[in-house]
Ligand binder design. Sequence first.
Ligand SMILES: Cc1cc2nc3c(=O)[nH]c(=O)nc-3n(C[C@H](O)[C@H](O)[C@H](O)COP(=O)(O)OP(=O)(O)OC[C@H]3O[C@@H](n4cnc5c(N)ncnc54)[C@H](O)[C@@H]3O)c2cc1C
Length: 442
Amino acid sequence: MAEQKTEDFRVILVGGGPVALTAAHALSKAGIDYVILERRDQLDVDSGASVAVWPHNVRLLDQLGMLDEADRTYMPVLYKRNLRRDGSMISKSNMFEAMQINHGHPWMCFHRAKLMNMLTNNLPDPSKVLLNKEVVSIETTSTGVTVSCADKSTYTASMVIGADGVRSTVRRMMNEEASKQPDEPFVSTYKGLYGYSTKSPELDAATCYETHSGRMTIQLIVAEQQQHFLVYERLEKPTADRGPRFSDEDKDALAAKYADVKFPGREPGQWVTFADVWANRQWSMLSNIEEGVVKQWHQGRCVLVGDAAHKMTPNTGFGMNSGLQGVAHLVNRLHSLLQTNPNPDGAALTKVFTEYQAALIKNSKTTVDMAGLYTRLVAWDNPVWKFLDQYFLPYVNGDVTSLNMLMSPIVQKGVPLDFLQENAYKTGKYSYHTGQATIKVA
Ligand SMILES: Cc1cc2nc3c(=O)[nH]c(=O)nc-3n(C[C@H](O)[C@H](O)[C@H](O)COP(=O)(O)OP(=O)(O)OC[C@H]3O[C@@H](n4cnc5c(N)ncnc54)[C@H](O)[C@@H]3O)c2cc1C
């Protein structure tokens, strides 16, 4: 293969999820050419549960020119009510409002389809998103990579970013290239039934109702038009298997088990049950929920971001956010490298990938553990947590205290893209370790 010229440096992004799309925006702003290969015939632009962007990543939306649209699109969530299965109140808080007080930007909870639409529609060159491209193999040479798809098409580039989710093909290829045992640390202890329904008029908007109970939890995030539900149920035993492809009958059966779960309406004595929520559903999905952090995030000219590298339970809403931070760390380093070395060899890329992994892996583990702990606490995994959750945490304003002590420190570590201006920089009670981004003059 001929030596590549500066302007030939190109990235293949495998996967078209929210992390890959954000990477596409960041690469584009960094002046780095890319193409997205997505195996499905469309992006998730008309389905999906809720997905929240934490304030440190709202900073990225600002830098990538999508803050105004995000402001118009997200579903405000301010309050939280912790309930027992019979609807009785354990405690309530303004945890989500406190995120904005702590960090300046709000906690932006989106219908996933709307976030995906925003990310897709704002791409400067939509022709760079190629659908029906299932990546099946990657060949690495001394000067680049050749990626092959199931339809026999091939693409060449300088490097690959594997943003292809928890069952990552890029990760499998990396392990094969390194002749390593599969680096597949993922274990599912819970399964999740999630989706959305029309809003129950009896419930308050901008509120997350959270049912705490033995072996199960429900989060019901109520917005003006829709409500998004996540039912977590502990599996009989943890499994490293992907789990079955659940049918509609499986979903109905799980929903029926929790049909009696009650959410208090606005008027005294008024109740909405999970049966009501389920009856009005517009979209749903049931799957096992994997947890784990991959040991090695790069090999040769391939590097992983997002769920391909780390996967957690969704309770704390940090999964995609961790991936977005991965994008910022990786693209900052690639941009910086290409300023001084427009045609980096494999060793230069490995250095960047190593630094990227080193900057993030500890935080990723903390985030996965924290999400896992919260999942188990509210599902009363043992009698101590059942007691603490009902009788101790309410007295110390557990929601806001855990936000301040555990989650805000993660947000504070968030980095912006260091080669772009941050126009709407905001900070709150807690400052960011890396403050407002200003364009560096070369
Ligand atoms: C119910 C629920 C609620 C959640 N809420 C939040 C939240 O509030 N905040 C938060 O931060 N996170 C949340 N998460 C987690 C979040 O959804 C994930 O972390 C996020 O989707 C990961 O994005 P990704 O782009 O890395 O991977 P994915 O979204 O999994 O996308 C991977 C893409 O790669 C494609 N792909 C796979 N293999 C190949 C291949 N061989 N070739 C080409 N393409 C391929 C797939 O089709 C897919 O489009 C939630 C998750 C769930 C289930």
